[in-house]
Design a protein around this ligand. Structure first.
Ligand code: ZN
Length: 243
């Protein structure tokens, strides 16, 4: 075997524990009590570069009322279990669906303080009803804010897009006209992150076909698996952590 074949064989056979020493922050979007507390979530918080944005939002829901906040927590828990089995330390920005917030700046701080190797904010979109699919959001280049995480976040985004579409079979968002990987400059979670970070809009909750999928416990496990696979693929491509 050549050197490349050896590396590929090692990657293919890498078992439980190969993410030991890696820290992943999973950030389930929104929270169950946000809608009842506009006075808290509408408070403006600094998102860097002199800009401000609401602490948080309510998130979306399927036409039947299954909320994004419940969905993202469910998926994050499943993805966390998978990554922990592989040895990663996983930090969640919230553990229940009964609270308010935390604000977007605090969520970013959790990733920074954990010195996370990767941060994934998990969302589902409230896009136009005829449109389907997922997209990953990476930070735009902003001098002094995201320049330090730009390249690695792009790598994380590409790995996540690839693994996610493979596991779920969901199309790249049909209503955006892009390639499933979008750069944005307005998200506080990305602007304030000092560690590689992306968002994933896992599906369009306002679309009937996507809504049926996110409501299925079985499909949610595929979504979680896709996210975990993407993070894993990215982490294993990085230099090993010093221990
Ligand atoms: Zn959201």
């Amino acid at each position: 075997m050549g050197a490349l074949s050896v590396v590929l064989a090692l990657l293919a056979t890498a078992g439980p524990g190969d993410l030991t020493g890696r820290t992943v922050v999973l950030d389930p979007g929104h929270n169950g009590a946000n809608a009842a507390h506009p006075e808290i979530i509408n408070r403006q918080v600094a998102i860097g570069g002199g800009r401000y944005k609401a602490c948080n939002t309510t998130g979306t829901a399927t036409p039947g009322g299954y909320t994004e906040a419940r969905f993202t927590l469910n998926v994050a828990r499943s993805a966390a279990r998978i990554l922990r089995r592989q040895g990663a330390e996983v930090v969640m920005t919230r553990r229940t669906n009964r609270g308010v917030g935390p604000c977007i700046n605090r969520r970013a701080r959790i990733g920074n303080r954990a010195h996370a190797d990767a941060v994934v904010s998990i969302h589902a979109d409230g896009g136009p009803a005829p449109g389907r699919g997922f997209h990953v959001i990476r930070p735009s280049w902003i001098e002094g804010l995201t320049d330090d995480i730009y390249d690695e976040s792009l790598g994380l985004g590409r790995a996540l897009r690839r693994a996610y579409e493979k596991r779920t079979g969901l199309p790249r968002a049909t209503y955006l006209g892009g390639n499933g990987l979008v750069a944005r400059s307005d998200l506080g979670g990305l602007r304030l992150s000092n560690v590689p970070a992306v968002f994933i809009e896992t599906a369009n909750m306002r679309n009937a076909a996507d809504a049926a999928r996110v409501r299925s416990p079985r499909f949610r496990r595929r979504i979680a698996r896709g996210i975990a696979d993407g993070v894993r693929r990215y982490l294993l491509a990085q230099p090993s952590p010093s221990r």
